[in-house]
Design a protein around this ligand. Sequence first.
Ligand code: 5GP
Ligand code: ZN
Length: 112
Amino acid sequence: MDCLFCRIVKGEIPSNKVFENEHVVAFHDINPVAPVHVLVIPKKHIASVMDIQEADKPLIGEIHLAVQEVAKLTGVADNGFRVVTNIGKHGQQTVFHLHYHVVGGRQLEWHF
Ligand code: 5GP
Ligand code: ZN
């Protein structure tokens, strides 16, 4: 399977990593929408939230703990930030490997 983020996990495509452990990698988005824009992904290939299985429950917890770590490491923990995961066509998902955008470093707004 040719998946961009699986290739980033394997190191075949370079990324600017913020955090990594056994289960999760976090790296700066190539096209940031805010001063802090980091993608947190599981090393395991899961296409989207809709493909999470029962056995992935601990992994989803790992992702949330990694989000906390990324927020601290990038300095957005105190002022707050946003976590977004896009799903499918209407969600405008473009990379079909589960990822959580951690966005912050400026005042965000909410309008669609
Ligand atoms: P999506 O649109 O699927 O929610 O998010 C995909 C994100 O991946 C986009 O924000 C896009 O800028 C980012 N992205 C796409 N290709 C690369 C890449 O090669 N490296 C990095 N670091 N980010 C990428
Ligand atoms: Zn993948």
